[in-house]
Each structure stands twice: as C-alpha cells, then as structure tokens.
Design a protein around this ligand. Structure first.
Ligand SMILES: [Zn+2]
Length: 286
C-alpha cells in the first residue's frame, strides 16, 4: 500500500505532468470504484488541471474547481502513459478501475490487483466532503506538527503505539510499513501504550517519525510512478523482512501476524530482547 512518501511522490509526479493540461476523458472500468454520484465524472471533462494535492494518503486533482480524489488502498496503483491507448475503457473484469485522459494524449489508469477491491475515487466540489479526508488527523510533515503537538496526541491515547501511528484520524499518512520502520528507529515496542511513554520516549518517537518520513519522501521524490513500489520495498529496515538481519544489531527480524496483516520488529532493538507473542507460533511453543 502506498503511504505518505509514495503518495507525495505521486502528487509531485502528476503535478509536473498534468498541471495546465485539460481533461479530455474519464472512463470507468469498475462502477464500484466511484463513491460519489454528483457531480458526475463527466463534469471533469473540459476542465484544466489547476493543482494536485495530497491529503493523508489521498490524491486530489483540482480540475477547474471540481476535484477528482482517489485513495489507492491496499492493492491499487497509478499507471501513467504518455500516449494512452485509444480504446475506451468499459466496465468489466479489467484490473483497470478508472482511466483519465488529457489533451496531449497522455493520461493515467488506476489499477487494482487482487479480489478485495478497496480502491476508491470521488468527484467532489470540495475535497473536505470525502469522509476519509474530513476525519484526517494532522499531517506529520507540516511545520506545525511540533513535538508539543505530538506529545499531546500520545498522552491522550491509551492504545498501542503501532495502532496510534496507523490510525488516519489521529495522524494522517502513516500505514503498516512506515509505522514498523518508525518504531524500529525509535527503538520502541509496537505494543507499548502511547499514553504511558515517558518524555524521552515521546521525543525519540517524534524524531523517528519525522526523520523516517522525510527520508522516504526524499528517496521517492522524482521517481516515476512505476518505480515507487520497488523503491519503497528497498528502503525498508525491518518491514517485510522477517527472518532477515536487523541492520542495527544483527539480530533476526521477527514478525507478529494478525488475521489480515503482520508487523515486523527487532527484539534486541525494540523489546528488550524478548520476542513478542505471535498467535501462529505461540501454540507450538506451549
Ligand atoms: Zn536490532
């Protein structure tokens, strides 16, 4: 799933290529991807791209005051083409959910792999009307996201710090991958309770959050859309690296699995050397 750094890079990529172009077509390959009814997607046609913005993990194309907003979710992606195929996309079994064309023959497809369809697009007069945007917490890369702001957020959440970092209504843009990375850099257990962290731990977590995201944005910036997924994977220290060596201490990277996701961490760096309980392995250990 693309998170804040990849979405930010996609925003910059689209900004560079589309600002000033005019939308000449919006086609749906999947009816269910569009979550709004009015204005219709055809309202975008004939409008110039005035701006491209990010809200958390949402992308927002401002087309003459009508906004095409989309969220790539778990398996969605954006595929750019300098010369779009002429064939009109029709609803069907295609992995292409939405196609947008511009007046210089370029355009992009939003694609979604797998069977769990969660890619979502919205056509709205105001991005604030998208429920997932209206409920977003503060963006961790803005100047006013200070240590004091973060400390107040942590103090008011008696929940596991991993869950707090991932909750879009608390902090916008961080998902499963970067929360693993941030916690590894901060040397904190994913299961530590946010409200019980001491001042030094909160500062470590804040510094790790900002540095990890800033570093990932810098690494992703300027990369074409098709390279971002591999670049994200290559930059990970522990996320997705179960069984590999921790780059800090040489211990093995461990995993805790859940029904539909997993987290990775280093026991030596983050949990005082004690492996966390995992529902899959613990039944064999008993
Ligand atoms: Zn380690």
């Amino acid at each position: 799933m693309p998170e804040l750094p990849e979405v930010q890079a996609l925003v910059e990529f689209l900004r560079e290529r589309t600002e000033g172009l005019v939308v000449t077509g919006v086609e749906l390959g999947s009816i269910s991807v569009l979550k709004t009814f009015t204005p219709p997607p055809q309202a975008l046609v004939g409008a110039p791209v005035d701006g491209v913005a990010r809200h958390g993990k949402f992308l927002d194309l401002d087309c003459g005051g009508t906004h095409l907003v989309f969220h790539l979710a778990r398996a969605g992606w954006l595929r750019w083409s300098d010369a779009m195929p002429a064939t009109v996309l029709r609803p069907g079994k295609s992995p292409i959910a939405l196609r947008v064309r511009f007046d210089d023959a370029s355009g992009f497809d939003l694609t979604e792999a797998g069977t769990k369809k969660s890619l979502a697009a919205y056509v709205v007069g105001d991005p604030g009307l998208v429920p997932g945007i209206a409920s977003l917490g503060p963006d961790p890369l803005t100047d006013d996201f200070t240590l004091e702001v973060f400390a107040a957020i942590a103090a008011s959440h008696r929940m596991q710090v991993k869950g707090m970092l991932r909750d879009q209504s608390i902090i916008a843009g961080v998902g499963n991958a970067y929360s693993d990375e941030v916690l590894h850099v901060a040397k904190l257990s994913p299961f530590a309770l946010a409200a019980t962290l001491d001042a030094e731990e909160v500062e470590r977590l804040y510094t790790a959050l900002r540095a990890t995201l800033t570093g990932a944005v810098t690494a992703a910036s300027g990369k074409p859309a098709k390279e971002l997924k591999d670049a994200k994977r290559a930059g990970m220290r522990v996320h997705g690296r179960t069984g590999q060596t921790c780059p800090e201490c040489g211990d093995v990277v461990r995993e805790v699995s859940f029904a539909d996701s997993s987290l990775q961490y280093c026991a030596t760096c983050q949990t005082g050397g004690k492996p966390l309980a995992d529902r899959r392995t613990s039944k064999f250990l008993k």
